[in-house]
Write a protein that binds this ligand. Structure first.
Ligand code: SF4
Length: 332
């Protein structure tokens, strides 16, 4: 074990965060809980995950309950967390684990990587947190800490960060080490205003020595595409709104929605449409979307709407909607 590793572990034992999905001093005995938290934490802050995690564990306390639940129920519990593919894959993964692994997670990275929705990061996290294996877990916090520790002022090269992080990973305390470096990034080596004075690595940190911590890491800037489309609010004579379930295998499939397009404004069918003044804005991973809102009332259901249903606004809470659609519903 390097001195840096040891210093960090000592710091962690006294200062590490208490999170409902972690334990200090070794592996968590419940790999299911580790997996749920790790999937939820992708693209979502710890603060937001707290409530979702607690609600989820009450509703689906184990793999069996999750595998036996309907996809609709799972999506409903996920509602608001975004990136719904994660929830769909979790449901799929629970089925595979029940059928092929007797309801247990394999303690093997290669086997984990073959499961639905488990990529290299999640596989490493499960190995470290649930099985105490010396796996190197690299998230945004770890990238920042390592880049600062070694004073890397060039654009981040993830392979280089991984290799440096791997050299520091504890062979005996995989779970504590992975938690420790993440906690250091989250609570001390923060993006702005890092607390170098209380950092266990301050004596070895190149960024701190040069006073350039806040300039690191240098991340690649993504140029996001902008899209402009429309959403169609269709009322029937009884004040109900038309919704349908999205088909296919895409990001939002299985969720309910109002008819919408992310490309242009071609109206859905001939009707007296009223365009609202306000728009809806939503940021996806690869593009920014603005939707104009068109509204109409129909007497008869046009053929183009054959696959959906009209629902009273008071009943909409019983359906799983994406964050985008929740924004639309809030506006109308
Ligand atoms: S000394 Fe400062 S910049 Fe360096 S790792 Fe610690 S908190 Fe981050």
């Amino acid at each position: 074990m390097t001195n840096l590793t040891e210093e960090l572990l000592i710091w962690y034992r006294q200062n590490g965060r208490d999170l409902p999905w972690r334990v200090k001093g070794g592996a968590h005995e419940n790999a299911y809980l580790v997996w749920v938290s790790e999937i939820m934490l992708q693209q979502t802050t710890v603060q937001t995950v707290y409530d979702y995690f607690n609600r989820w564990m009450k509703r689906f306390p184990d793999l069996k309950t999750l595998a036996e639940a309907s996809l609709d129920d799972v999506l409903h519990m996920w509602q608001g967390l975004g990136y719904y593919t994660r929830a769909k894959k979790m449901h799929e993964c629970a089925h595979v684990l029940m059928k092929q692994y007797g309801g247990r997670f394999p303690a093997d990275r290669e086997a984990l990587l073959k499961l639905p929705g488990i990529g290299p990061y999640t596989a490493s996290s499960i190995c470290a947190f649930a099985f105490n294996l010396p796996e190197t877990v690299v998230d945004g916090n770890v990238i920042r800490v390592i880049a600062r520790l070694y004073g890397i002022t060039t654009e981040i090269d993830k392979d280089d960060i991984y290799q440096r992080a791997q050299k520091l990973t504890s062979l005996e305390h995989g779970a504590d080490y992975a938690s420790a470096i993440m906690d250091l990034g989250a609570t001390v080596c923060k993006p702005q205003g890092p607390l170098c004075m209380i950092c266990p690595w301050v004596g070895s940190c190149q960024a701190a020595a040069k006073g350039i911590a806040e300039e690191i890491p240098v991340l690649k800037k993504l140029q996001k595409k902008k899209k402009h489309g429309a959403v169609f609010v269709i009322h029937d004579g009884d004040g109900r709104i038309f919704i349908s379930k999205r088909a296919g295998k895409g990001l939002l499939s299985g969720l309910w929605e109002l008819p919408w397009t992310d490309d242009g404004h071609e109206l859905l069918f001939e009707a007296k449409w009223v365009k609202r003044k306000e728009t809806v804005h939503h940021v996806f991973t690869h593009f920014d979307l603005t939707l104009d809102i068109y509204e109409t009332t129909v007497d008869a259901v046009p053929e183009v709407l054959a696959d959906g249903t009209f629902v009273h606004p008071a009943e909409l809470a019983g359906y799983a909607f994406s964050t985008l659609m929740k924004k639309v519903l809030k506006k109308i």
